[in-house]
Design a protein around this ligand. Structure first.
Ligand code: DAK
Length: 258
């Protein structure tokens, strides 16, 4: 991961901070950036020393969408062979919690990338939208599905059909972001939250994330079954024994991630 061209990577204890870095084009998501992002997230997901990931852009832009200049001359067959969807699917399958730190523009693929994350901290300057309609296409990385589930049909429909941006406060009111903070704190707050989650028992965090995500593609009955299995599974972890013993003995638990 040392030769990243479009990302900045920093490790802070158990937290990895991945920053999209194509400042000249507002972090437009070209193929090279997406390759680096997927490889980096995959590698962090396998790294035992990392327990949570923060995904950020700059103050000016989280990401202004897929790189329009790169897509402009593509044919349907080019898009088919690029098979970008498989890359986005890999992001969807990352097991560790990902906290998005969003400031400035989060548009199109940028908004979709934000919605791939588990928790979103937004700066007051965030502007979020699915403006693909203005360039003759439509959301392609889950925007019509995730946005609708997050904020409801009528609001998603308005955003997708008009391409208009919403403010951080509107996104908060609609349930699309967790918290809005002054711009100077957006990254700090996301890292603070990531550190907090990283201080929890990793196996429980992993299975809990998995169970929450399961609710998106299953019935309530199947979801409850799935939750129950994960709950039982945690009784096989050393951390569960440690957590309950520490509670009873009135001491701080020490997590092994086992
Ligand atoms: N792509 C390429 N370059 C971009 C860009 C983008 N999405 N957004 C901005 N830039 C570039 C601009 O061209 C400009 O470059 P230069 O002209 O200086 O060379 C530079 O960034 C600064 O932008 P502006 O000069 O336009 O800055 P402003 O502050 O005036 O305006 C803006 C900021 C964000 C409102 C504006 O740049 C803008 O409207 N950008 C485009 C936003 C947009 O339409 N985004 C949606 C793109 S379509 C897929 C998965 C996902 C997708 C597709 C497929 N698969 C899995 C197959 C997603 C599609 C999209 O996201």
């Amino acid at each position: 991961m040392s030769d990243l061209k479009n990302l900045l990577l920093e490790i802070d204890g158990y937290v990895a901070i991945v920053r999209l870095h194509r400042p000249a084009v507002l972090n437009a998501l070209n193929l090279e950036l997406m390759d680096e992002l997927v490889a980096t997230l995959d590698s962090l997901d396998r790294d035992e020393n990392i327990r949570a990931i923060v995904l950020a852009g700059s103050e000016k832009a989280f990401a202004a969408g897929a790189d329009i200049k790169e897509m402009a001359s593509a044919t349907a067959v080019d898009m088919l062979y690029r098979d970008q969807f498989s890359k986005w699917d890999r992001i969807r399958k990352i097991k560790k919690p990902i906290i998005a730190a969003v400031s400035g523009f989060a548009l199109g693929g940028g908004c979709e990338l934000m919605m791939h994350c588990d928790i979103v901290i937004a700066s007051e300057t965030a502007r979020i939208g699915q403006p693909e309609i203005n360039i003759g296409v439509m959301p392609g990385a889950g925007g019509t599905q995730r946005l609708t589930r997050a904020i409801g049909k009528v609001r998603a429909m308005e955003m997708v059909l008009t391409g208009k941006f919403i403010t951080a406060q509107e996104a908060f009111d609609a349930g699309l972001v967790n918290k809005v903070v002054p711009v100077e704190f957006f990254l700090e707050e996301a890292v603070r939250l990531a550190q907090e989650i990283a201080s929890k028992p990793p196996v429980a965090v992993r299975l809990a994330k998995e169970a929450v995500l399961k609710s998106f593609d299953t019935t309530i009955e199947m979801g409850l079954e799935f939750e129950r299995k994960n709950f039982y599974l945690l009784f096989a972890s050393e951390d569960m024994k440690e957590g309950m013993a520490a509670f009873v003995e009135k001491r701080t638990a020490e997590w092994k991630g086992k």
